[in-house]
Write a protein that binds this ligand. Structure first.
Ligand SMILES: CCCC/C=C/CC(=O)SCCNC(=O)CCNC(=O)[C@H](O)C(C)(C)COP(=O)(O)OP(=O)(O)OC[C@H]1O[C@@H](n2cnc3c(N)ncnc32)[C@H](O)[C@@H]1OP(=O)(O)O
Length: 375
């Protein structure tokens, strides 16, 4: 059996405690696609059977021949569920995947002080001096975010939320902070076609942004260079944004036939006023670091030559403040709007699902991929 047929899920315990919604189920199925560790054949069969029961009901397929071992094992597992109702199968599927997810994140473990955490291919995650640093690590691709990278960032945030560090930092390796969504993500079309791709991407986006909305500790962006697309829009959900004076902030959504995400349709007008937000989000105006700071999106700008030294000195001092007090203060500031932000996130994701199917978006992506257009 292919591991890719049994992708892993990141699901919050609170979601699984209640009855699994269709969204939870779809989210589980979508996120399971990026399993990096084989959960073993027994688990894969259980997941397969629950998935089939949840989507098709009781097994009424003819029994495969004895020599077709894999099909027979799958058929046996599905048939063994008898007349289990679809809703219960869905719930069991979500819970099973959630338990896989918890063991995956606990196996990533509590980060050792002063150590690089294993298990990430697209990130370098370290925990040192009370600071967990999540560094995007595709410098040759300007840290464009692949599907795998979205998943790894979610895992890293979930682990950071639980570890001993006082603050969490997101930054980029190389000359860019991040060039946004990797446009090649759109070329990996599943058997269900572009509609399924758009639907899966919307679920991934919603879950990804949701992790930032819910992140419980002070979250700091160290913007080491230009930032594009989703890496800019998310900044409204950070508690501090430090930028090198080399950084720029660009959200070319209209150019790409797309629309804002990361709760920026709400946070940007709130932060900088609707006129300035419109210039960025509708017209794709690129801001310098100093402009972004003047508009409240960036906390402070540092000269590039001393950026790393000054920022890390500052962060090391902050990381020694009482962690619980910082956490509680953050939550007081942020929790008031959590529900609203989740609703905005869902709406933005669903609007984007439609945009991804539009000619405007398809043409823009084709242009980039065929190298006719750059930002
Ligand atoms: C779950 C889905 C959520 C979706 C939500 C998000 C929306 C967004 O984020 S929209 C923003 C998408 N980003 C872009 O449109 C940026 C596209 N990239 C560029 O315009 C340029 O690459 C850039 C201006 C960033 C840098 O230009 P250069 O300095 O000239 O470098 P190169 O273009 O040569 O880049 C080097 C290398 O990296 C690849 N690259 C860079 N960015 C991306 C990207 N976003 N997606 C895919 N690939 C990217 C670029 O193609 C080059 O690759 P090679 O040619 O193979 O070397």
């Amino acid at each position: 059996m292919q591991i890719s047929n049994f992708p892993v899920l990141q699901m919050h315990k609170s979601q699984t405690a209640m009855r699994a919604s269709q969204k939870d189920f779809e989210s589980a199925v979508n996120q399971m696609k990026l399993l990096t560790k084989d959960p073993g054949n027994e688990m894969k069969l259980k997941l397969y059977a629950l998935y089939k029961q949840a989507t098709e009901g009781p097994c009424n397929m003819p029994k495969p021949g004895m020599l077709d071992l894999i099909s027979k094992a799958k058929w046996d597992a599905w048939s063994a569920l008898g007349s289990l109702p679809k809703e219960t199968a869905k719930q069991n599927y979500v819970e099973l995947v959630s338990s896989l997810s918890s063991s995956a994140s606990s196996s990533q473990g509590k980060p050792d002080a002063d150590s690089k955490q294993p298990g990430y291919e697209t990130l370098v995650v370290t925990s040192e001096n009370g600071i967990t640093k999540i560094m995007l690590n595709r410098p040759t691709k300007k840290n464009a975010i692949t599907t795998q990278m979205y998943q790894e960032i979610m895992l890293a945030l979930e682990a950071a939320a639980k570890d001993d560090s006082a603050i969490t930092v997101l930054t980029g390796n190389g000359d860019y902070y991040c060039s946004g969504n990797d446009l090649n993500n759109f070329t990996d079309i599943p058997p269900g076609g572009v509609e399924e791709k758009a639907k899966n991407s919307a679920i991934l986006l919603r879950d990804f942004v949701g992790c930032f909305i819910d992140f419980p500790k002070p979250l700091i962006a160290v913007v080491n260079g230009p930032a594009v697309g989703i890496s800019v829009t998310l900044l409204g959900l950070f508690d501090i944004v430090y930028a090198s004076d080399r950084a720029t902030f660009h959200t070319p959504f209209s150019h790409l036939g797309q629309s804002p995400e990361g709760c920026s349709s709400y946070m940007f007008p709130k932060i900088m006023g609707s006129a300035k937000a419109a210039e960025m989000l509708i017209f794709g105006k690129k801001l310098t670091a100093r402009e972004a700071c003047a508009q409240g999106l960036v906390t402070e700008v540092f000269p590039d030559s001393t950026f790393q030294k000054e920022v890390w000195t500052r962060l090391k001092a902050y990381s020694k403040l009482p962690p619980n007090a910082m956490r509680i203060s953050k939550q007081l500031i942020r929790n008031v709007e959590k529900e609203k932000l989740h609703a905005i996130n869902s709406e933005e994701s669903s609007v984007l699902q439609g945009r991804w199917l539009s000619d405007e978006c398809t043409n823009a992506i084709m242009n980039f991929l065929s190298r006719k257009a750059k930002l």
